[in-house]
Every structure is written in structure tokens, then in C-alpha cells.
Design a protein around this ligand. Structure first.
Ligand code: DGL
Length: 270
């Protein structure tokens, strides 16, 4: 049985999930966080569902070995391919999985009935049709656009390359018809929320999935009586399968100076 003093495990293909770790830390500063980035296999957006499932299982095993009480899939792409698989995998140990799509679907269902909204996400997430399936019963029209170059551009920019986001965003977003709001369907996108706001000149409602994922995690921890004692000060550990200046930069921006620990994943299929 998981215990409230154990850490929360968070994984992503890269630096985007740090936006979720940050939102979680803002809500629940007493929680210990263990973050794992699979930069050796980044980006997940152009991989097959089977590959993303294999990576996700290996990452989950690593976080379990770190004694985590909950796994947050802080990656839209891994959520679209592997959330059901991981829930089944962890069910006997009663470890809760929070994914990056269900909390967004819940929010959208509540807020955008009878409206038309957009989704920008990786090719794998869009191809999975998970959003469309989960919204099928709701009276919401969803238009999705796959943005294969956007998350890689964000990783590159964080490690020092210059990018003109306006042209890249225009290239993808111009294909969408009139929408009331846009789901930022990758955890990388909250990292460039300012550029998106500028692109839309602050006239579009941007749905920040990092905040919604963090709120969903808080709710489940409360329900299961697994919140850490509020008197404790949460710690953060960061692991990655490949050294990256981008990850270092985003970690320092949100959490101050921290060293990154290099890890190797063990998985037969990888
Ligand atoms: N952070 C990943 C997501 O939320 C996107 C990056 C990738 O393609 O690996 O979908």
C-alpha cells in the first residue's frame, strides 16, 4: 500500500513535464517529487504507440524503484498511448496513475458544452484519437492539429537555439477553423504560453494542461488520504536518460539550482 510520505513520480519524454512538476509544487509544496525525463528517446510524438508503451513501462519501473506513491504521466503523448496499460500494470500495488488527458477532458466537458474548440498536440497524440473518443458523448466539436516540430523546437530553444515561434505557430494554427479555446495538448506547450498569447494577441482562451494535471493529482491524493504532512518541506530530484542543457535550464528556472542525475532504463524491448 502506498504511504503519504512517499514521493510523487512524474515522467515525460523531455523537459515539458517540468511544467507539471512546477504546477504541482505550487499547489502542494510539501510533496517530494521525483522527475524523470526520457530524453534519450525524445521526441515521443513521432514514435509508434508500441514504442511509447515500452518506454512508459520502463520509466514507471524506474519510478517505482524510487518508491513513489503515485505516477503522473506528465506527457500528452505517453498518456495517449499508455495510460490504460499503466493503470492495469499498477492496479495490484494500488498506485494511482494520473494522466495528461483525462483531467483536460473533464475540464473541457464542464466548460465548453455546445462550443467548438481546438487541440494542438504531437502527431502520436492526434493520431490516437483519444480526445475525440473521450469527448464523443459530449456536445463539443473538436478540431485537432498535429505539430511535429513544436516540442522539438521548444527543447532546442531551451538549450540555446533561436526560434521564430510566430512563424511556426502560424504554420500549424492557421489550419484550425474558428474556435473558442485551444487545448495545449503537450506539456511542452505551457513553456511557451507567452508566445501563444502573443500569437493570438491575448484573444484566445488557452487551456494549460499542466495546471489541470496538478489539480487532478491533488484531488486524488486528498481522496485517498495520501497527501504529505503539510508541515514538511518537499524535495525534488531530477533524473534523465540523456544529459540536456534544456532540462537543466527549465529545472533551474522553476526550482533553482539542482543537479540532474543520469539514469539508464532497463527494459528488454528498448
Ligand atoms: N511532452 C510531450 C507531450 O506532452 C511532447 C514531446 C514529444 O514529442 O515527446 O506530448
Amino acid at each position: 500500500m502506498p504511504h503519504k510520505q512517499q514521493a510523487i513520480g512524474i515522467f515525460d519524454s523531455g523537459s515539458g513535464g517540468v511544467s507539471v512538476a512546477k504546477a504541482l509544487h505550487d499547489l502542494l509544496p510539501a510533496e517530494h517529487l521525483v522527475y524523470l525525463a526520457d530524453l534519450a528517446h525524445f521526441p515521443y510524438g513521432d514514435k509508434t504507440a508500441q514504442q511509447v508503451q515500452d518506454y512508459s513501462l520502463a520509466l514507471t519501473d524506474y519510478l517505482l524503484a524510487k518508491n513513489c506513491k503515485m505516477i503522473i504521466i506528465a506527457c500528452g503523448t505517453a498518456s495517449s498511448a499508455a495510460s490504460q496499460l499503466l493503470r492495469g500494470y499498477l492496479a495490484t500495488e494500488k498506485i494511482v496513475v494520473v494522466d495528461a488527458i483525462s483531467p483536460v477532458v473533464q475540464f473541457v466537458k464542464h466548460r465548453y458544452q455546445n462550443q467548438t474548440i481546438g487541440l494542438i498536440a504531437t502527431p502520436r497524440t492526434v493520431a490516437s484519437n483519444v480526445y475525440q473518443e473521450q469527448l464523443a458523448a459530449a456536445d463539443i466539436t473538436l478540431h485537432a492539429v498535429a505539430a511535429p516540430l513544436l516540442a522539438p523546437a521548444i527543447e532546442a530553444q531551451l538549450s540555446g537555439e533561436q526560434h521564430d515561434y510566430h512563424d511556426l505557430l502560424a504554420f500549424y494554427l492557421k489550419t484550425l477553423p474558428k474556435i473558442e479555446a485551444l487545448i495545449l495538448g503537450s506539456t511542452h506547450y505551457p513553456l511557451i504560453k507567452g508566445h501563444l498569447e502573443q500569437y493570438y494577441q491575448h484573444s484566445m482562451e488557452l487551456i494549460d494542461i499542466a495546471e489541470l494535471i496538478a489539480q487532478a493529482a491533488q484531488k486524488v491524493l486528498q481522496e485517498k488520504n495520501l497527501l504529505a504532512d503539510a508541515t514538511q518541506i518537499g524535495t525534488q530530484e531530477f533524473y534523465t536518460t540523456r544529459v540536456s542543457a534544456a532540462l537543466q535550464q527549465v529545472v533551474e528556472k522553476f526550482f533553482g539550482s539542482h543537479s540532474l542525475n543520469l539514469c539508464e532504463l532497463n527494459h528488454a524491448k528498448i
